[in-house]
Write a protein that binds this ligand. Structure first.
Ligand code: CP
Length: 315
């Protein structure tokens, strides 16, 4: 395996095996056990777009495993502003590091970087394209809550047009036989080529503009932010801003074990009243980014995660 650009780079068996590794790494992610599996390895963090969770959880994952991190930092203070190309930047960082995590505003940039690099690239989001490491932590969170990924009913709601997390996740959930409900305003529908591709792969997909009607039967409700930064026309954004707002009172008929997820950051699509319900899982989901990325870093660097990891002390 070279890098992780889309979920197509992983088989279902590899996904499950990486999630198993991630589960065993929980005491390391929580700082209870010290296990320097990545000592001597350097991660290059190249974030050409803003990020809190992806960038920081990659950094935490690397450091919890005894590795080091170098950051491009603020693009404005890098040589990108002098006109350095992505190709040249990758050539440099490739020489400085053992693995690269990259976010870029241009769809396809992660594959371009992988073609230019010798070290593995982890796609941390390429425009409205893919966000596979987010999908791995999403799958981890779903399996943690339901004990399985198979046959669940999952609502994906909000900005399905520009939201790269739902593009990657819907492909993965289809492979595990989940039923998908896409709830979005007409303007922000899941792109037709993605729906067609999912259907061609046997997906059971329903598209609707109505969110609340399906909640009673759902196992997972995955909310997303409307991606203001990807609208060419501010008036178009204004038409759909605030389209869905989930409040605790909307959850009264939900299944007891239904979970609400969100890749974060949220704006106003999940009211703070939801945070204290048994359904809220988005902050746990953000923490799970550390274990999922630890497991991915080990896998891509060819480091085996031990089958038994002590909970506490030095492993
Ligand atoms: N979920 C996610 O990608 O968050 P950041 O944009 O903060 O990295």
């Amino acid at each position: 395996m070279s890098g992780l650009i889309t979920m197509d780079d992983l088989s279902n068996e590899e996904i499950m095996s990486i999630l198993d590794d991630a589960e065993r790494l929980l005491p390391v992610a929580e700082g209870r056990t010290y296990l320097p599996l990545l000592q001597g390895k350097i991660l290059g963090n190249l974030f050409f777009e803003p990020s809190t969770r992806t960038r920081m959880s990659f950094e935490t994952a690397m450091k919890r495993l005894g590795g080091d991190v170098v950051n491009l930092g603020d693009v404005k203070t890098s040589s990108v502003v002098k006109g350095e190309t992505l190709y040249d930047t990758i050539q440099m960082v490739d020489g400085y590091t053992d693995i690269i995590a990259m976010r870029h505003p241009r769809q396809g940039a992660a594959q371009y970087a992988q073609d230019a690099a010798r070290v593995p690239i982890l796609n941390g989001g390429d425009g409205a394209g893919h966000h596979p490491t987010q999908t791995m932590l999403d799958l981890f969170t779903i399996r943690q809550a339901h004990g399985t990924l198979e046959g669940l009913k999952v609502i994906l709601a909000g900005d399905l047009r520009y939201g790269r997390t739902v593009h990657s996740l819907s492909h993965a959930l289809t492979r595990f036989g989940c039923e998908l409900i896409f709830a979005s305003p007409e303007l922000l529908k899941m792109p037709a080529e993605i729906v067609n591709d999912l259907t061609a792969h046997g997906a059971n997909v329903t598209e609707t503009e109505e969110l609340l009607g399906s909640i009673a039967d759902a196992d997972v409700v995955y909310m997303t932010r409307i991606q203001k930064e990807r609208f060419a026309d501010e008036d178009e954004y204004t038409k759909v801003a605030g389209a869905y707002k989930l409040h605790a009172s909307n959850l009264e008929g939900a299944k007891e074990n239904m979970i609400i997820m969100h890749p974060l950051p949220r704006v106003d699509e999940i009211h703070p009243s939801v945070d204290s319900t048994r359904h809220a899982r988005y902050f746990q989901q953000a923490f799970n980014g550390v274990v999922a990325r630890m497991a991915l870093l080990c896998r891509l660097l060819g480091i085996n995660v031990p089958q038994k990891i002590a909970d506490g002390g030095e492993a």
